[in-house]
Design a protein around this ligand. Structure first.
Ligand SMILES: O=C(O)CCC(=O)C(=O)O
Ligand SMILES: [Fe+2]
Length: 423
């Protein structure tokens, strides 16, 4: 009888793997740059989301990161040459590199804005009627927009039929993250009165010390953005401040204050994935709409497309560990399925991020995806047996609600979104 060498015994391996014995331990366990950014800037903190009857009932702390205004009105920023809306390519290049964002003026014409705005608002209402609205601490998100209207299909292509400035936008993205880039998601982010400000976060979750961004995000203004309706909070220049601190292995020190991005509807704000930002506070009664349209370098993917290629019988018998290893456990920034997985941590067997049920439903020919909905949808359309409803229902029945907010951990995205639906 052969015996397994003792070196392979898990207990002996553990006994020989104290933190100081491990390779790259400092790098793999680091929660920088957010750890020191939060420690040294206490005005940046996580505002607890409020739900139900408590909606809107949160403590506004003067002097906090969200207690701010636009760059032009901010005493610390008004004398700096912060990005202005422009169509000038060289100016946009300069703004993006210097400040970590640039504002492409009138990238959508007023008529194009109207098409997207109407669709987002109708969809939001339809999803509320269908009781599958995806609430966020700031308002409501429309996930997997590609399934919810042709204008969104075109938006993902920066097609001139919906984005007149598409060719210029594509040029800038290609310069920022190199050719071959792919889209990571298209989400409609609606900020509503009463919502809390989103925690400042970096959308990029990897290689944060790199000279150049690995991901970018297009924030497409579908309503005007300003300091009173939740214009995105942003710390100009923070993309390089944080990256340089990491490169020098130094803590992030005192950061400049955040401002609210102001932009006319139709502006595309191109943001470096490393910049600190988050949804602002909407003090108005009108919904504030920003389409979040992220792009990433194409190599940040699995080699084999297990989502499609694994045989159903292999999936049936797959252990939680195998499912996780193949990518069937979503996190906020990775592999969410119609929005399911926001707030999940990517743990083995974690219900809040488990996506295999969608694939199994598809194999059975029973996957009902949420499509175009609106106030004019039929009762049958609103009450359809959406697979999403069933999967989220099961997660909630398990009593596990997804965590939200900043942890100081390197997460792929800071989107805070409840895993459950409005009742
Ligand atoms: O809603 C916004 O203004 C920004 C949202 C955002 O940054 C995010 O969800 O990652
Ligand atoms: Fe973000």
């Amino acid at each position: 009888m052969t015996t397994v060498p003792t070196e392979f015994d898990p207990e002996i391996i553990a006994a020989n793997s104290a933190p100081d014995q491990q390779i790259y331990q400092a790098q793999n366990s680091s929660t920088e740059p957010m750890k020191s950014a939060l420690e040294n800037n206490p005005e940046i903190y996580f505002v607890e989301p409020k739900r139900g009857a408590d909606w809107g009932n949160w403590e506004y702390k003067p002097g906090s990161y969200y207690d701010t205004t636009t760059g032009a009105k901010h005493e610390d920023w008004c004398h700096h040459d912060l990005p202005q809306e422009t169509k000038d390519l060289d100016q946009l290049r300069h703004d993006f590199v210097r400040w970590g964002y640039c504002k492409i003026e009138a990238a959508l014409s007023p008529a194009q804005v109207a098409v997207v705005q109407e669709r987002v608002l109708a969809q939001a209402e339809g999803e509320r009627w269908a009781k599958i609205a995806q609430k966020t601490p700031s308002g409501q998100n429309i996930n997997a927009c590609v399934n919810k209207g042709e204008c969104f299909e075109q938006l993902i292509e920066q097609h001139p039929s919906i984005m007149q400035g598409g060719p210029l936008v594509e040029q800038l993205i290609t310069e920022a993250i190199g050719p071959g880039w792919i889209c990571t998601s298209l989400i409609g982010a609606i900020s509503l009165k009463g919502g809390v400000p989103q925690a400042l976060h970096q959308d990029q979750g990897n290689d944060l010390d790199a000279i150049n961004p690995m991901t970018i995000n297009l924030l497409i203004a579908i309503t005007d953005l300003h300091e009173t309706n939740g214009g995105t909070l942003i710390i100009p220049g923070s993309h390089t401040i944080l990256a340089e601190a990491l490169r020098k292995s130094e803590p992030v020190g005192k950061l400049p204050p955040a401002i609210n991005i102001d932009a006319k509807a139709g502006t595309v704000v191109l943001t470096d994935g490393r910049i600190l930002h988050g949804t602002g506070i909407n003090h108005t009664n009108e919904p504030r709409i920003v389409m979040l349209n992220g792009m990433q370098k194409p190599f940040l993917r699995q080699q084999e497309n297990w989502m499609l290629s694994v045989r159903p019988e292999v999936l049936e018998r797959a252990s939680p560990k195998l499912l996780h290893r193949m990518g069937f456990q979503a996190t906020t920034g990775t592999q969410t399925n119609e929005g399911h997985g926001f707030g999940a941590r990517g743990l083995i067997g974690e219900e809040a991020g488990a996506t295999v049920a969608f694939r199994m439903a598809a194999d059975a020919g029973e996957y009902i995806r949420v499509g175009e909905l609106g106030p004019d949808s039929t009762e049958a359309d609103l009450c359809a047996d959406f697979t999403l409803r069933e999967v989220v229902g099961r997660t909630r029945a398990g009593g596990r609600s997804a965590p939200t907010g900043i942890t100081g951990l390197r997460g792929p995205s800071g989107v805070q979104q409840d895993a459950d639906f409005t009742a």
